[in-house]
Design a protein around this ligand. Structure first.
Ligand SMILES: Cc1ncc(COP(=O)(O)O)c(C=O)c1O
Length: 299
């Protein structure tokens, strides 16, 4: 496996960054998780745009232009001869002496890993996920914008751990006002009375790229309204269907929340249709990795 670090590719065993990198020392950096399907990178420009927005949020300059970043990602996929992949782009503050002052780091470190991972086994798409509400709340905008996809993921990791230790797969995080924000690594939606709900960006969520795609698919293909409004756990428990969205999870039904069965305890027909529509889109659109006949992204 060839890994990109600061303009060069290294074998996995040789791919190293300094222990003085502030990404490691302080979680000072940002990242993206991107997927390639069938020889195309899904929503590449959107992910790169979010990476630069996150970097701007923490006053971090990227050594590449967005176009060069896209090319570096594509090149890493080509070198690894991948057609289906999970791509991790990590941009850190770089190497510097100990201390929080960002001026200690003269140059950002950029790492691109292209690998194959399967996040949820196929059986979860048939039987659905169990979710548990975490005891800790989502980091609020007042402290660190959840819209910055930063290397500080402990809030999410601790929440996820609550769920996993209870035998569930994902955790729900509430915001400080007690409304549903999102899951540890996914956004959340529910269906009730022919209307789809998802928390608004200002409720304290990462604005997921899959979330945006799901909203568009619901409105354009399934012809239902999507309401971006805050809601309570009680509303979620009473939903007809619940699903989560994320680059890794794609669109995945949730069938049990804090011990309450959702709908009939199986992913509902609406979620199943949406999952299928999303799958079609991921396999038919995106930026070609190799020199093949291009198919336009529907953006
Ligand atoms: C906290 C959080 N929320 C939501 C998402 C889903 O975002 P996306 O659909 O862009 O993968 C992720 C995954 O990146 C995440 O880490």
């Amino acid at each position: 496996m060839k890994i990109y670090i600061d303009g060069k590719h290294y074998e996995k065993e040789e791919a190293r960054i300094s222990v003085f990198d502030h990404g490691l020392l302080y979680g000072d950096g940002v990242f993206e998780g991107i997927r390639a399907y069938n020889g195309r990178v899904f929503r590449l420009a959107e992910h790169v745009e979010r990476l630069y927005a996150s970097a701007k949020g923490i006053l971090l300059d990227c050594p590449l232009t967005p176009k060069e970043m896209e090319e570096a990602i594509l090149e890493t996929l080509r070198l690894n001869r991948l057609r289906d992949a999970y791509i991790r782009v990590v941009l850190t503050r770089g190497m510097g002496d100990l201390g929080l002052d960002m001026r200690k780091c003269k140059k950002a470190t950029l790492v691109i890993i292209a690998d194959t991972i399967e996040l949820y086994p196929p059986s979860f798409y048939e039987k659905g996920l169990e979710l548990i509400t975490a005891h800790i709340r989502r980091t609020p905008h007042e402290c660190l914008s959840p819209n910055i996809k930063s290397l500080n993921y402990l809030n999410n990791i601790l929440a996820k751990n609550t769920a996993v230790r209870a035998g569930a797969q994902e955790a729900i995080l509430l915001n400080l006002a007690g409304y549903v924000a999102e899951c540890a690594g996914d956004n959340i939606f529910f269906l009730k009375d022919r209307r789809v709900w998802t928390p608004p960006v200002w409720a304290g969520i990462l604005e997921g790229i899959t979330r945006r795609t799901a909203i568009d698919l619901v409105r354009e293909k399934l012809k239902l309204p999507v309401q971006e409004d805050p809601f309570t756990l009680f509303q979620l428990y009473g939903a007809e269907e619940v699903f989560v969205t994320g680059t890794g999870a794609e669109i995945l039904g949730a069938v049990k929340i804090d011990g309450r069965i959702i709908g009939n305890g199986k992913p509902g027909p609406f979620t199943q249709r949406l999952t299928a529509l999303y799958r079609e889109l991921t396999r038919a659109t995106g930026t070609p990795i190799y020199d093949e006949k291009p198919v336009a992204s529907n953006r």
